[in-house]
Design a protein around this ligand. Structure first.
Ligand code: FAD
Length: 435
């Protein structure tokens, strides 16, 4: 009996213990599961927060990249209208020639430009009711991202006209503009530039202050690391006019592919041949024939009218095709690209064209021999403002009330709709101008 009782007590106790053990296991399991779920939730939450932070970071990076892209696009495209630049350095080069280093006043990036292009300045000269507009070529490398540089020569009065004032714009720069001044500047422009994607050897021909776009081209070649062969001829009177002398010599010394040939037409007593200059005399076709291995080059010219005329004539006689000769005129073009001669029908049509200067109340017959409307207006005593006389600065723009014009070459400046740049166009038919 006792044994039975003990056995049943033992059985009951065993089942209770098993039950308790099972319960404890279940509770433990549930607790472990709860902890794991809690941990997983914590991890998920952490991951979600991290993802959110990463997404925010990406969004910020995307915005930053978009901003940089927009800035780069703006920098590439230039700016519209006028931008303020401050002169942070003015360096005298030689007699009446100064280099001006310009930084954008807004501190934003500078647009890239093509070597050979120029800046247009709107100058507020004392005593003038309208700004004076003048163009100056960029003279430093386009790889120079921090500043622009122009090099300006003060234009004296013509020797046969002692009573007229010296050049207004260049005198203002030379005598008045100083470090810290702010200038109004239009975006770099111009069709005369060196195509840096090409590798054909080039000849740079510069006379006097015409060195500026050429120096820019040579600087661009050197800064790009290109091995493009460049013969660089520079003609001045003597050392007193040797603009950017040290920079030129450094360029030639550091770049085997840039061959510098400086010619002095009137060397000074202390000027040393072989050191300051290589040739005595002018830069002419004979010098080119003496130095160049052949005539198989692309040619870039800038200098006085006489300089360019003599060289373009010489190159033509040497068998150099017109298509590889490029030039920039700092004033009214003295070299004319050969245009197809007008047909007799065109000539007789132009002889009948009538020009009306509405404001001046004048109607006159066009003279077919004339180059452009600006010249014609002046010959008729009609005053039209002018600046570069090369279609670049826009000073001579006049509204066309009726009629059409023809451009001899595509102007650098774009005239406003319904207007024309009188320095580089001729009438196509009867014209009424707002002048
Ligand atoms: C695309 C381009 C790039 C250029 N780049 C450069 C450059 O890098 N560096 C540079 O130095 N120049 C450059 N120039 C030339 C520059 O734009 C100016 O034409 C030059 O500085 C002369 O302008 P000015 O206002 O000083 O002279 P202006 O006032 O236009 O006078 C011109 C001449 O006329 C004379 N004159 C004034 N009044 C009379 C009168 N009543 N009768 C007769 N004559 C008179 C003056 O004495 C002077 O000799 C460039 C021109 C162009 C078109």
């Amino acid at each position: 009996m006792n044994a039975t009782l003990i056995e049943s007590w033992q059985n009951a106790n065993g089942a209770g213990l098993s039950y308790l053990a099972g319960l404890a296991l279940l509770v433990g399991l549930l607790a472990w599961l709860a902890v794991e779920v809690f941990r997983a939730l914590l991890r998920l939450n952490g991951e979600r927060i991290q993802q959110k932070v990463a997404v925010e970071k990406l969004r910020a990076q995307l915005q930053e990249t978009r901003l940089r892209c927009r800035e780069a696009e703006q920098a590439e495209a230039g700016w519209n209208g006028i931008r303020k630049f401050s002169v942070f350095k003015k360096v005298t080069q030689c007699d009446d020639v100064n280099a001006f280093y310009l930084k954008p006043h807004d501190g934003r990036p500078l647009p890239a430009f093509k070597p050979g292009q120029y800046l247009t300045f709107q100058l507020d000269l004392p005593g003038r009711d309208k700004p004076l507009i003048r163009c100056y070529s960029l003279s430093d490398s386009p790889h120079q991202k921090d500043y622009y540089r122009v090099t300006i020569k003060k234009e004296k009065n013509p020797p046969d006209k002692p009573d007229v004032p010296p050049g207004a714009g260049s005198s203002y720069f030379t005598d008045m503009v100083k470090e810290g001044d702010i200038l109004n500047v239009k975006s770099p422009t111009g069709h005369f530039f060196l195509d840096m994607t090409q590798t054909h050897p080039i000849v740079l021909l510069a006379g006097g202050v015409g060195i500026t776009p050429m120096l820019c081209m040579a600087n661009a070649i050197a800064a790009s690391g290109s091995k493009r062969e460049a013969y660089f001829f520079f003609g001045v009177r003597n050392r007193r006019e040797h603009i950017h002398k040290e920079e030129l010599e450094k360029l030639a010394a550091e770049n085997d592919n840039i061959h510098l040939h400086v010619a002095y037409s009137k060397p000074g007593e202390k000027d040393v041949k072989g050191k300051d200059y290589q040739h005595e005399g002018r830069v002419g076709i004979e010098l080119l024939k003496e130095v160049l291995p052949s005539n198989n080059f692309e040619y870039y010219l800038c200098g006085s009218g006489a300089f360019m005329k003599s060289l373009t004539d010489g190159l033509e006689a040497w068998g150099v095709p017109d298509s590889v000769v490029h030039f920039e005129a700092f004033g009214p073009a003295t070299v004319k690209k050969k245009a197809a001669a007008p047909t007799p029908a065109e000539t007789s049509h132009l002889q009948k064209v009538m020009i009306t200067f509405a404001r001046s109340n004048k109607t006159v017959r066009w003279e077919p021999g004339l180059e452009n409307l600006l010249e014609f207006a002046k010959s008729q005593g009609v005053k039209i403002d002018s600046g570069c006389c090369a279609g670049g600065c826009g000073s001579c723009e006049v509204a066309i009330k009726s009629g059409e014009v023809d451009y001899l070459k595509k102007p650098d400046a774009t005239p406003n709709p319904g207007s024309c740049l009188t320095c580089v166009c001729r009438p196509k038919n009867d014209l009424v101008l707002d002048a």
